[in-house]
Design a protein around this ligand. Sequence first.
Ligand SMILES: [Zn+2]
Length: 728
Amino acid sequence: MLKPALFILVCLFCALIVHAQSEPQKSPPFGTASVAPGVHEPGKPPTEQAPPPPIPETSAQGTGETKPQIEKNPPAIDPKDMDTSVKPQDDFFMYADGGWIKRTEIPPEYSRWGSFNELIEKNNDALHEIAEKAAKSHADPKTAPETQKVGDYYGSGMDENTIEAMRTKPLDDELKRIDAMKDRNDVLKEIAHLHTLGVGAFFGFGSGQDDKNSTMVISNCVQGGLGMPDRDYYTKTDDASKKLRDQYVDHVAKMLTLLGEPANTASDHAKKILALETSLAQASRTRVELRDPQKNYNKMPQTDLQALTPDWNWADYFKEINLIEPGDINVHQPDFFKAANATFANTPIDDWKTYLRWHLINAAASELSKDFVNENFNFNDATLRGTKQIKPRWKRVVISTDEAIGEALGKLYVADHFPPEAKARALELINNLKEALSDRIKTLEWMDEPTKQEALKKLAAFGVKIGYPDKWRDYSLLKIDRGPFILNAMRAENFEVNRDLKKIGKPVDRTEWGMTPPTVNAYYNPTMNEIVFPAGILQPPFFNAKADDAVNYGGIGAVIGHEMTHGFDDQGRQYDGTGNLRDWWSPESAAKFKERSQAIATQYSEYEPLPGMHINGELTQGENIADIGGVKLAYAALQKALDKNPGAREKKIDGFTPEQRFFLSFATIWKSKQRDEDLKLRLNTDPHSPARYRVDGPLSNLFEFAKAFNIPDNSPMVRPADKRVNIW
Ligand SMILES: [Zn+2]
């Protein structure tokens, strides 16, 4: 199922984001969607010398599983991953990772492949073992509740015979409800009902912290309702976009055919769906516009919301989702709702039936029979991302379990795979990074004293979460059994939606997590003013208890610095230490910040990962600021650690100084290859830059890097002094 939108603004360290077209970014595990970075030099042909080996034919339901090749226990910095024919001053990404890039093929089931994915594979194997074991303990009455849920969810997902035999039968009641709609009131009620199942039809609704009173949770309405990854896919007029829309219409038609519609009817319906979604896309804000938290804050009483949409009755909607006291509502994009009202009123009932059938089946596809699974893969993975082969069933079911009941699975995972020492060492690193940022703020040349005092207050108030939640989610009211897989998935969605809605009108629960423990990722949440590091990322190559400080500061240290910097990027800086959207900057300091962040946007906009396609410097601004700040702060923290450790500074390993190993470790976490289709999708939608630029972009601004490798000025990896930017 598609996850309901989370109404928190999280910033992800790694490049994973599948949040649809609505602005609140949900926090999907890196593994569910995809992937990473480009291996094309700006304006140059691909760096691979030889043509890639032939790839097996695209096969959705791949029979023989080929395990991605991952080296067991490689050295923390592996000299054979490097390409010493490239000089560090020309392209550090290729120097540090070129050996790996040359010898590595992207596994057919991935659209990109790199350090993140290798670790995700390792975690998937661990979760696989846990789920298999849990499934076998089915009959044991002493089984712990979370083990039962994990075992039965996984077991139902692995029961291919039943899934094939049932096809869409478990959805019969839902399809009948849609068919029975008679008027617009019914349409609204059905949209509301589908929302309670996590189906993102027409618009989004859910709970979220009040940006200007961050201790409280309120109602939120957001733009939504699309089937493609972004509004731009509907509005762009270039040939490639037109072709993609044709492919989308074909895909929707095929899915409707699988539901039993004759081909001609399905094709006609698919065109109507595209038209309806296009009207919503045209009324939607762009991703760059969605980066402005002030613009997305429009708290209003229910009567004002009702005035925006005179043609539907919100009281009916709230009744259907069982929300008794919606309270004041933050309508993130009022113009969207005005336009949606016209769409609502002008669309014939039969077209609504088609649209809602499509969104139901689109959300359910991956838990249904092979024909749906394959067609879903063909468009969303093969066409949009260039993936060659579907993941084996066990892996898809493990990922689905993590999405559905991630804290039950996560509880079992951390018991076996997260040593307490990892938490203590991570905390120590975080404290050292905090100290580095505090030192930096105190000595900033561009920020005035009163603003510095506020910034330091905010830093001191940072919350830190490491590994897993102190309080586990209580799933006791969620029924998971060995019945149809899709019904388990729908009940889990419904459980999450209800849990989300119940928070409205209440004080915020500060113990909640936005990611599951096995996730290879991290985030900063501005309304909580907290940084969060799941157990999944606290492993090599990010974090290695056996390695020297240089490796750990260049890896997890840079991740920690990145997340901390998000508290002070173009979005995060607009929130104060208590998580409120409040301007604490003097006008002079704010102007200087904007001048610097604009220079970063300009730098990244110059990069051209694919011919004719540049990085969107505005969209990626926050992540680029965090990348530059993160590595700079981690470097400063490493210097302190070296000072405390006599002899460490002089110690070379494989001929590299600690400083050099720090930058090599930083590049190691970004080693990756990516299919062109995936790169293109991400250049349109991902607020993170492709991997190559997450290495070369920040380092070309850092004199510390140039010094470590004795790089002369006027080298490609050294930006001219007047263009170099360091904010934090
Ligand atoms: Zn980030």
